[in-house]
Design a protein around this ligand. Structure first.
Ligand code: HEC
Length: 497
């Protein structure tokens, strides 16, 4: 039986968690509401970002590892790398263990966290790319089957069958990247899809190719660095064998030389405002961009001059250090990619706080949480209905990027402002910082939000005055009208013209 979300029984005994199956239907004002989870002092973006970085690193290792092993097997078949077999079995066990087990677990974890932090975005991604996901999963299944067969039977097979299995594993792994990459890059640059709604226009969007090449080379580099660590730490290998294997593994680092070019291509294909934040507009994002670029540069320089040209030996300490740098580069890159989309999760389509641009216009009239059926967790702790309304507005519009008192905490950011300043800056939210969406509610809701922030800043006193000055409401209304409902960067660009 389908029920309107608003009528679902959500009562629970105090303190006991509840699990409800929610069928979300548009509320009376046409906006679908989802339950919002609260991770305490941890910002939602960080929860998913942290897991995402870890997952991407492992997934790229799985792909690059395939390339490396196929290359080694091929060299071994040609008689060019005698010690290849000695190395590959051990390396493959590591690869399988790490990428299948931990990679798959974190992959499921990604779905689990992202449907909690941004169910509407995930819904849109699944709706839009239904068959692309299905195709991606097929390739992933093929990757697992080929990998498992090699793991189980590899030692008993002849060279040609080994090469075939490894080639199949690698091709399947790379294609799962190919499909995922289309969906992820679409979120930042949906391109012609915005007008036509055409699936392939969205898939082969402006950042598809630079991002695909970039990730492929990153995957090879990570695999080479892991290989360097395994080789230098293998007691069963002679020094000469180690040197030869290291030199061959280092060849997979060579394409890194093209990374600056691909990075520039990627930045160039990005929307102008996103690019400007990466290149100095947002301190946090520029810092992560610098981290990613700097770490890649160090790895690349060492690889090209040390390992390839001078054929230096690399000990396990250096190999570990390079691997840490590789991880830092991945983290920086993923942070920038996630951050550059702000204020959207799908550019021009869905804001980070799960509202569409059109819905903001409606919610300015009818209220943003008027139809929100989910009760506050601890409704009784709030001093009055105004603060309760403010808490709901905060939860719906702000909590995806802010916490109250933790990471990017609203109390730290606005706690010292006067009420007047807070009203103005929230009413013109998209101009206060263009990576925030426009405020989406009525003047009453905005005032309630300001009171909520003040109440939290005052350490949640028991009694708190309810404000209801008509002149203040009128002023808020004027500010909201001045701010308009277009995203901040468009209006800034129009002003410049
Ligand atoms: C898309 C993510 C996002 C959303 C949604 C969002 N913010 Fe922000 N907000 C940020 C980021 C990022 C900053 C920058 C923090 C910094 O500069 O350290 C910020 C900064 C701020 C600041 C400080 C501005 C300044 O000039 O110092 C305030 C106040 C603020 N946000 C309030 C809000 C309120 C209220 C809401 C909900 C109505 C909200 N934000 C929604 C991401 C967001």
């Amino acid at each position: 039986m389908r029920r309107d979300a608003a009528t679902l029984p959500l009562k629970r005994a105090q303190g006991t968690p509840y699990i409800v199956l929610v069928i979300v239907e548009p509320s009376s004002i046409g906006v679908p509401y989802y339950p919002t989870n609260d991770f305490g002092p941890l910002m939602k973006g960080l929860v998913i970002g942290g897991l995402g970085i870890f997952h991407v690193f492992l997934a790229q290792f799985a792909i690059g590892g395939g390339v490396l092993m196929t290359y080694f097997e091929w060299l071994s078949g040609k008689g060019k790398l005698a010690s290849a077999r000695k190395f590959t079995s051990g390396y493959f066990k590591l690869l399988v263990l790490v990428s299948f087990v931990v990679g798959a677990l974190t992959g499921v974890g990604m779905w689990f966290t992202s449907i909690q932090t941004s169910p509407r975005t995930i819904g849109l991604m699944v709706d839009t790319f239904h068959w692309v996901w299905a195709t991606e999963w097929t390739f992933f299944a093929l990757e697992v089957i080929a990998g498992y067969c090699f793991y189980r039977y590899g030692d008993r097979l002849d060279g040609r069958s080994r090469l075939f299995l490894l080639g199949l594993y690698t091709t399947a792994a790379w294609f799962s990247l190919f499909w995922i990459n289309g969906i992820l890059s679409w979120q930042l640059t949906p391109g012609a899809w915005l007008e036509s709604g055409d699936l392939w226009a969205g898939f082969f969007n402006p950042t598809f190719w630079p991002s695909l090449f970039f990730r492929t080379f990153a995957a090879m580099a990570i695999a080479a660095l892991v290989a360097a660590l395994v080789i230098s730490a293998s007691p069963s290998l002679e020094r000469d064998e180690q040197k030869e294997l290291l030199h061959r593994a280092a060849q997979l680092l060579a394409p890194m030389a093209l990374m600056p070019l691909l990075g520039a291509w990627y930045l160039f294909a990005m929307p102008k405002d996103s690019r400007s934040w990466v290149l100095g507009g947002s301190p946090a994002m520029s810092m992560f961009f610098g981290l990613g670029a700097g770490a890649s540069l160090l790895v690349g320089l060492y690889a090209i001059f040390g390992l390839l040209l001078r054929r230096l030996y690399i000990n396990s300490a250096t190999a570990s250090l390079l691997l840490v740098l590789g991880f830092a580069a991945t983290a920086g890159g993923e942070f920038v990619r996630e951050g550059a989309r702000k204020p959207f999760t799908v550019r021009e389509t869905l804001y980070s706080n799960a509202m569409t641009p059109a819905e903001i216009v409606t919610m300015r009239e009818k209220g943003s949480v008027t139809g929100d059926p989910y009760p506050l967790r601890d409704a009784a702790d709030y001093p009055n209905d105004q603060v309760r309304l403010g808490a709901k507005v905060y939860r719906f519009q702000c909590s995806v990027c802010h916490t109250v008192g933790g990471v990017n905490g609203i109390v730290h950011l606005a706690g010292t402002w006067t009420a007047e300043q807070t009203r103005l800056n929230v009413a013109k939210l998209q101009h206060t910082k263009p990576f925030m969406p426009p405020f989406a509610g009525t003047p009453e809701e905005l005032e309630a939000l300001v009171r909520f922030i003040e109440w939290e800043s005052a350490s949640r006193p028991k009694d708190f005055e309810v404000t209801s000055d008509p002149a203040t409401r009128a002023q808020i209304k004027r500010w909201l009208d001045e701010a308009g409902t277009a995203p901040g960067y468009t209006t800034a660009a129009e002003k410049k013209r």
